[in-house]
Design a protein around this ligand. Sequence first.
Ligand SMILES: [Zn+2]
Length: 240
Amino acid sequence: MNNTRLLYMESMWQTEGEATVEAVIPLEDKTIVVLDQTLFYAQGGGQPFDQGTIEGAKGVFRVNEVRFMEGVVKHGGMFESGSFEVGEKVKLHVEPARRALHSRLHSGGHIVDMALKRLGLIWKPFKGYHFPEGPYDEYVGTIEGDAEALRAKIEATCAAVIADKAETWIEFLPAGELVARGYDVPPIAPEKPLRLVHYGEEFAMPCGGTHVKCLAEVGTLRIRKVKQDKDHVRVAYEVA
Ligand SMILES: [Zn+2]
């Protein structure tokens, strides 16, 4: 099977588009649809998958789950009506409210990174969990002084970052160029393109997730908790 072109990497704010059906695979409890290209975000990088529908001439498919496996995006779900033929052109409808929330949560995680940088805290990013249920960033680092005072300081700095309304822009780069610019190459599947996501001119990170176009769209970012766990620090947040 050909690798699926990941349109959401190139075009993060597009939720309507087209593709060609490459395979329809009926399984016991669901059907898998494979396309030549997709706007549906496949779960990964701490961000949940998109949902929505795929519409053909003679069928509508409800996408419940999207997974990336060895270069191929598998849209799991069921036909609400009819079916697709291999080779037919279909329309993609990504559920926009769900995507928008995931983008705000994902950008929220990087705004915390950006706030730490402004505060001069050199903690090494370890993990990001940007799901609606209890999102957090985890770093290798140590809290110096009072955790509550630090929590309030990070929250105030996040608000200042958001108030600056930086715009998001992207660059696709080979691994060598990322390293040359001082970034770590993220541990992602080799079939995925490497992309540097910039927030204005102040901050950038290699990332395959979806982001807001302007950081103001994140709204209010509250830091729920800053907690030391062995040599890791977990910064839990929420957006409203
Ligand atoms: Zn990211």
